[in-house]
Design a protein around this ligand. Structure first.
Ligand code: FES
Ligand code: FES
Length: 139
């Protein structure tokens, strides 16, 4: 049996994927509860994004054009990348996307959407609503 029938709550260990090197044939145990201390010892963890905006940003997109959505939150050209991730967010890179047709879209400003680059409502959760934003990066 993989899971216990007890209902203890898993916790969020990190809001970004953990990059690890694995060896073929070696057996690994992935932490399902989020409490393992070994997660914090991973030296390859990328930076956490900062919240650029607690609301989505409405943009007019041109079909066929390539966009770079800022994943790190440091760009001064939100919601798009201005290259700031290179010095302020090691391990994070912009998300490149090409819309199929001209459209108006609400792109995520909080950087914690589960459907990047689009807002999925995650900004309504308490960890975003209660977060301190020292410097608003929207222009
Ligand atoms: S602004 Fe990030 S999910 Fe809505
Ligand atoms: S500035 Fe944020 S991903 Fe480039």
């Amino acid at each position: 049996m993989l899971y216990s029938t007890e209902t203890s709550q898993a916790v969020v260990a990190a809001r970004m994927p953990c990059g690890v090197k694995v060896t073929g044939g070696k057996r690994y145990a992935w932490c399902a509860c989020g409490h393992s201390k070994k997660q914090a010892q991973l030296s390859t963890l990328p930076s956490e994004p900062v919240i650029a905006s607690k609301k989505p940003l409405k943009v007019d997109l041109v079909g066929g054009k390539r966009y770079s959505w800022c994943t790190c939150g440091h760009s001064k050209k939100q919601p798009f990348c201005d290259g700031a991730h290179k010095t302020k967010a090691e391990g994070l890179v912009p998300l490149r996307f090409v819309p199929e047709q001209d459209s108006t879209a609400w792109l995520c400003g909080c950087k914690y959407t589960n459907n990047p680059p689009y807002c999925d409502g995650t900004h309504k959760q308490d960890f975003i609503k209660s977060a301190q934003i020292p410097e608003q990066t929207n222009s």
